[in-house]
Design a protein around this ligand. Structure first.
Ligand code: NAD
Length: 343
């Protein structure tokens, strides 16, 4: 299939594109490039051809000829959403719905949307399935809920939107993210010897490896439209529903000489949810493969081999810090639009 992957230069896109290409798809990227040069070590594969544009200005012409769009581009976590709620709504909500409308207009038949399990918010101890009430607690999660609603209303015989509600990702990607829990804890352990948990360690977090997410998208590209149209799928595995303290224990067991420190300084975290992933197994035959312990071992190996530094960890690979630096340097304006060189 001819597939457009938005956000292909992000953490997930960078591992997804080679997987899709290896599966025989013809991939084109679309990215504004916020993190294009935030690479730890070498990129393993050549970058695909790409549209070097802001999602907010994409045109229907640019979307013609694709069979499917995989929409990853976003301000992609809660801290970014809290920094700039209005920009989060503009990019994550308005520009996403506009992209889907233009794609449908251009004849694109399938639209796979990267949603999140954080749409469930504070869900308590029971397992939440896709039909559980959504309770988004942040602008980031709220924008994901709104997009799902608007896209569901666009579904028809010519247009198949699918919502992949991914658990929190972990695992190595050359375009690393330090601001997701496992990647962060392993990084701190490698750099300081401490596995430092700022909350009280009790919140539940469902986790999933970046490669498992990539595989789930690949499965959804070719799944029967009558099964997946306007359908949400939680992507992850019940075995990786862990408390933050459990995740930290896996890290201590992986990084030699590291010690656990639970400071509790940020207090109790209301975002806590345990997720039921059975729908994707039953309807798509999708089974996540990576355990958190295997992911911790992979991260330890890659960080060590590629010479992770504290500066990179706290600046280049932390999305909020990176966007603040680009804005301070004048490369981005106050709405995170690119400022032309020389302007
Ligand atoms: N990583 C996770 O834990 C996780 C979990 C659940 C859902 N998701 C979702 O998956 C998607 C990808 O996540 P990620 O971790 O790779 O994020 P990321 O921040 O690493 O990558 C996002 C990419 O989108 C691009 N982008 C942002 N705004 C843009 C714009 N206006 N125009 C063009 N490109 C733009 C960025 O340059 C970046 O390359 C996001 O939608 C995210 O919400 C991620």
């Amino acid at each position: 299939m001819r597939v457009l992957v938005t956000g292909h230069q992000g953490y997930l896109g960078t591992v997804m594109v080679p997987l899709l290409t290896a599966a025989g798809h013809e991939v084109t990227g679309l990215d504004i490039g916020y993190y294009a040069d935030c690479v730890l070590g070498e990129l393993p594969a050549a970058e695909p051809p790409a549209l070097d544009v802001d999602l907010r200005t994409v045109t229907a012409d640019q979307l013609a000829g694709f069979d499917a769009v995989i929409h990853l581009a976003a301000l992609s976590n809660d801290p970014l959403g809290a920094l700039a709620p209005q920009i989060t709504y503009d990019i994550n909500y308005h520009a996403s719905v506009r992209l889907a409308e233009l794609a449908k207009q251009a004849g694109v038949q399938r639209f796979l949307y990267a949603s999140t399990c954080s749409v469930y918010g504070a869900a308590g101890e029971g397992l939440v399935g896709e039909d559980a009430p959504m309770n988004p607690l942040t602008p980031y999660a709220e924008s994901k809920v709104r997009v799902e609603g608007d896209l569901a209303a666009m579904a028809d015989a010519s247009f198949t939107p699918v919502f992949l509600r991914n658990a929190t990702a972990f695992g190595f990607s050359p375009r690393l993210r330090a601001d997701i829990v496992l990647n962060n804890l392993v990084g701190h352990a490698v750099l300081t010897g401490q596995v430092k948990v700022l909350s009280d360690g009790t919140p539940w977090r469902p986790l999933v490896h970046a490669l498992d997410i990539a595989e789930a998208f690949a499965v959804c590209l070719t799944a029967p439209a009558e099964v997946v149209s306007a359908r949400a799928y939680n992507i992850g595995d019940e075995a990786n529903n862990l408390t933050v303290a459990d995740i930290a224990a896996d890290v201590v067991a992986t990084v030699p000489g590291s010690a656990l420190l639970i400071t509790g300084e940020t207090g109790a975290d209301p975002r806590s949810y345990r997720v039921d992933f059975s729908r994707a197994r039953t309807e798509l035959g999708f089974q996540a493969k990576w355990t958190v312990a295997a992911g911790a071992a992979e991260l330890f190996r890659e960080y060590t081999a590629r010479g992770l530094t504290t500066e990179d960890f706290t600046d280049r690979f932390t999305r909020l810090a990176r966007l603040k630096a680009l804005t301070a340097d004048g490369a981005l304006d106050g709405e995170l639009r690119r400022v032309p060189v020389g302007a």
